[in-house]
Design a protein around this ligand. Structure first.
Ligand SMILES: NC(=O)C1=CN([C@@H]2O[C@H](COP(=O)(O)OP(=O)(O)OC[C@H]3O[C@@H](n4cnc5c(N)ncnc54)[C@H](OP(=O)(O)O)[C@@H]3O)[C@@H](O)[C@H]2O)C=CC1
Ligand SMILES: O=C1OC[C@@H](O)[C@H](O)[C@H]1O
Length: 344
């Protein structure tokens, strides 16, 4: 698409798969300026028809490939399994997390997108939240001194055994640690220094705790689980204080800075709260049947940040987003893979 047009046509999206996240994403895309939901693909024609008529999507396909090969579609929102198919059809892809089971497949997908010259964005949506950018600014300002370590916890009692906790929720922890402890890429890679995994009888990990060494002697730790709950917060630790990101830390709307000093770091200043509210112009929509099903996931309005960035990248002809580039994406997938293999 050309960015130089006076009034460019909308970026046309195809949603492939009609589950929980598709319910949230369709409502975001329908409200996003410069976007149009043109097509839906499902494993069955009935599924595509049901979702398409519910949300007023004009083109409905009984296979993913048919939707992804629609010549008028610019970008496909895809679940991990079929990214390469959408890429081979020349479409830009926003891939739901986690983009692949391991770093090898992640590399293949990124290479396929790069060879095809199409945009690929891994939808670890945290990365696109204004609160994450604010967090980075605060760290860089030196407000909490030198950052030495960080932690994150994402445990929910939902889905144990059905998939990997590392891939489902641990990935958000890994991205957080990379964001606050990782460098710009020239300083060496983070290394997994310890991990404890509880494996479900299905073979999927259900609870994992991990310790990661980042360049510059910085240490990150996280825990993730699909078998019990946690507060799902994260903290950055510096020589002069801490930054707390409370529930839900993976789609945050505020960060709180507490500066500490004095003997035993026992003098605490009044916490400083930085609010980054969700967009007010995005709300649950009514379906064509007059129902308002709402969003399935907390802070889903914030999916608009990644969708807006994908729209921008498509318009500008970019093949990756500078907010979450392929190096950062691969580094996270490699961490997840190394933690999953640790000790075995
Ligand atoms: N960014 C975020 O906040 C969130 C991201 N996610 C991610 O999105 C992805 C999908 O999650 P979610 O929407 O909750 O999953 P669901 O189980 O609700 O939906 C998955 C959809 O994928 C399609 N599908 C394709 N192959 C299969 C298969 N073998 N079994 C079941 N369904 C299949 C189906 O659509 P159809 O029948 O139309 O073909 C189904 O409706 C995951 O990778 C998850 O991690 C999930 C929740 C939130
Ligand atoms: O991606 C996700 O996976 C786990 C869910 O609980 C969470 O809300 C969602 O964002």
């Amino acid at each position: 698409m050309s960015s130089g047009e006076a009034s460019p046509r909308p970026v046309r999206w195809a949603i492939l798969g009609t589950g929980s996240i598709a319910n949230d994403m369709v409502q975001i895309l329908k409200q996003l300026e410069g976007a149009e939901v043109l097509a839906v693909g499902s494993r069955s024609a009935e599924g595509a028809d049901r979702f398409g008529s519910r949300w007023g999507i004009p083109r409905r396909y009984g296979t993913y490939e048919d939707a992804a090969s629609d010549a008028d579609v610019d970008v496909a929102l895809r679940h991990p399994q079929d990214c390469k198919m959408a890429i081979s059809n020349g479409k830009a892809v926003l891939c739901e997390k986690s983009m692949s089971p391991d770093a090898t497949v992640a590399r293949e997908v990124l290479d396929a997108a790069s060879d095809a010259g199409v945009l690929f964005v891994h939808g670890v949506w945290s990365r696109f939240f204004p609160a994450m950018a604010r967090l980075r600014e605060i760290i860089d300002s030196g407000k909490i001194g030198t950052v030495r370590s960080a932690r994150a916890s994402f445990c929910q009692n939902d889905g144990a055994g059905s998939c990997s906790a590392l891939l489902e929720t641990g990935i958000y922890c890994a991205q957080f640690l990379q964001w606050v402890l990782g460098g710009s890429g020239g300083e060496g890679e983070p290394k997994v220094r310890g991990a404890c995994r509880v494996v479900h009888e299905s073979g999927n990990d259900e609870h994992v705790s991990a310790i990661i060494e980042f360049p510059g002697d910085r240490v990150g730790s996280f825990e993730c689980s699909l078998a019990h709950c946690s507060g799902r917060s994260a903290t950055v630790y510096g020589t002069g204080g801490v930054i707390d990101v409370s529930f839900p830390f993976w789609c945050p709307t505020s960060v709180t800075v507490t500066r500490m000093s004095g003997l035993g770091s026992q003098k605490w200043e009044e916490p400083e709260v930085h609010e980054c509210p969700l967009p007010e112009d995005i709300a649950p929509l009514q379906t064509e049947d007059g129902e308002t099903p709402g969003f399935n996931f907390v802070n889903s309005q914030g999916l608009s940040y990644e969708a807006r960035e994908v729209n921008r990248c498509v318009r500008e002809g970019l093949t990756e987003s500078p907010l979450f580039n392929s190096r950062q994406c691969l580094e996270i997938m490699k961490l997840i893979e190394d933690i999953g293999r640790y000790g075995s």
